[in-house]
Each structure stands twice: as C-alpha cells, then as structure tokens.
Write a protein that binds this ligand. Structure first.
Ligand SMILES: NC(=O)c1ccc[n+]([C@@H]2O[C@H](COP(=O)([O-])OP(=O)(O)OC[C@H]3O[C@@H](n4cnc5c(N)ncnc54)[C@H](O)[C@@H]3O)[C@@H](O)[C@H]2O)c1
Length: 271
C-alpha cells in the first residue's frame, strides 16, 4: 500500500532478520511510501546475509551492525545514519526481542536470573538505551517518531510467554516515560504497537505458538493482524498524520484485546 506518506522522511529499521520479520515488511512499506532508510541488526544476525537482499530492494539502503545492548554500537549507528542522510532522523522502528530463558526451555517459575538480565537488556532496556543515545546526540528531527513492538502479555497473563511478558511491560513503561522527555525536548513521539501473534522467528519460539495463533484468530472479530498489516500501521505512525499521538500502547490485533468471548470459541468449547 503506497501513498507516499513518508516522502522525504529518513528512518532506521531495527530487527529485519528474514522475510518473515515484522521489521522486514516495515522496511519494504516505508520505502514504498517514499522514505529513505538505514537497516540495522545484531552483528550475528547480519552474518546470515539475508538482509542484503532487502537493502538492495530498498534503494541500496546501508546496513549497519549494532547490538542494542552496546552504547558505542548505537552511537556509531546514529552517527553513520545522519552522515548518510545528510541530516537528522525522522523515525525509528525498534523491532527487537529475545528471551534467553525461553530458548533454554526454562519455565517461568524456574528462571535463570542471569539470563533474565540479558532478556530485559535486549528486549526492553535497549529502547531506553536507544532513546537516550538519540536524545543526547540530538539525532532526531522535531516531530520525529519512534515505535517499539510489544505484545498484550504485558497486561494479561499468557503463561507460555514467560519472562517476555515482564520485558514487554518494562518496554511499554519506557515508551511512556521517555516519551514525556523526548516530547518536551523536541516533540519527538514514542509509542508501542501491540501486535497479534505473527509467524516469525521470534514468535514461533514461544511454546504452543500454533495453537495460540488459532485461538487468537478465533478471538479477534477482524482475525489476526498480519506482519504486512503491522508494517502499514507503522507507516502511519511514522507519518505526519499521527503527530499528536505519543506515549501510547496501541493495540493492533483485530480487536482481540477488547473481546471477552466469540461465537467461534463457544462453539469450540461445546464440541
Ligand atoms: N511475532 C509475534 O508474534 C509478535 C507479536 C507481538 C510483538 N512482537 C515483537 O515484534 C518484534 C519483532 O519480532 P519478530 O516477530 O519480527 O521476530 P524476528 O525474530 O524476525 O525479529 C527479532 C529481531 O531481534 C533481533 N535481535 C535480537 N537480539 C538483538 C540484539 N542484541 N541487538 C540487535 N538486534 C537483536 C534479531 O536479530 C531479530 O532480527 C519483537 O519485539 C517481538 O517481541 C512479535
């Protein structure tokens, strides 16, 4: 869907691992809407090389490695991006998440707390680190927009989402807290988008993902939102059409978050 909503805008997209990634679809949608972009991911993810195809597709976008837990990497990323753009940045997508305990198969009641620190650092504190780096470097244009991706397990219990629920709750809190300060400084807005379950590398890592995805589909009057739908929503959040929206957690889930029960779920229970 290309409406040129981002004509003249310049942005950084974190987290395009492969063509299933929400960040991948968002990079494509931003480029199709007239934006210039820089792509970034952790050095280890870049070694897989898939991102180079996306970069080519997006007007030979530069690909700059950055581990979100490393201050120097983030400074370097923002500096190089501004040099490439010849000016400040208009939008950033934070599409980063990783749970070490989920990878290791640890139950929530048996978390390894060293791993938990790492999870929180990558999946939540990285948003603060990124915003703080951009704030101190004065890297964002006035009315710029930062979006982070989150999940409803921050508000309600989804037992298999495990420690990522706590990471997302912290991420959403940082969205609000930093959104205040960045808004005051130069009208930069920060929001989180709470997305439907989506079949990606990170999503499929959650135990019982397939069953859960069909449950969410039945519980959402519009059905699950796809990665492409999410990408389009990100485009609107980066555009000037949403310039007074900040510090919000925005549900993008086909109505799941406000649905108590549906006819499909009752029918299933009566079988
Ligand atoms: N897939 C879902 O069901 C779903 C639902 C709601 C929200 N989200 C969120 O969307 C975001 C994107 O995930 P996705 O589903 O597209 O999966 P994905 O696996 O494609 O993306 C996750 C990205 O995080 C990157 N990453 C991990 N550690 C990093 C580090 N130290 N430094 C820099 N990057 C790092 C990975 O390389 C990867 O590109 C995540 O925040 C995820 O929690 C996903």
């Amino acid at each position: 869907m290309a409406n040129n909503l981002l004509a003249g805008k310049k942005g950084i997209i974190f987290g395009a691992l492969n063509n299933q990634s929400i960040a991948w679809k968002t990079a494509e949608a931003c480029y199709a809407n007239g934006a210039q972009i820089v792509l970034t991911n952790a050095p280890i993810a870049l070694r897989m090389g898939e991102i180079n195809g996306l970069a080519e597709q997006c007007g030979n976008a530069p690909v700059i490695a950055a581990d979100v837990t490393n201050n120097e990497d983030l400074q370097n990323l923002l500096q190089k991006s501004m040099e490439h753009f010849g000016g400040k940045i208009d939008f950033i997508l934070h599409s980063v998440g990783m749970s070490v305990n989920i990878r290791k198969g640890n139950h929530y009641t048996g978390l390894n707390h060293e791993f938990q620190h790492k999870t929180l650092d990558i999946s939540a504190l990285s948003l603060h680190r990124l915003c703080q780096t951009a704030y101190n470097m004065d890297a964002m244009n006035d009315w710029g927009s930062i979006v982070a991706l989150t999940y409803i397990a921050a508000q309600r219990v989804f037992p298999d989402y495990n420690e990522m629920a706590d990471a997302k709750a912290l991420l959403e809190s940082i969205t609000r807290s930093f959104g205040y300060h960045f808004g005051k400084k130069n009208k930069v807005r920060i929001n989180s988008i709470s997305q439907s379950p989506t079949r990606t590398t990170a999503g499929s890592g959650v135990k019982g993902f397939d069953g859960f995805m069909s449950f969410a589909e039945k519980m959402s009057p519009l059905g699950n939102a796809s990665a492409e739908d999410c990408a389009n929503y990100c485009v609107t959040m980066f555009s000037d059409l949403t310039r007074m929206v900040t510090m919000q957690n925005l549900f993008h889930d086909g109505g799941f978050s406000f649905t108590g029960v549906t006819a499909e779920v009752i029918e299933q229970m009566e079988k």
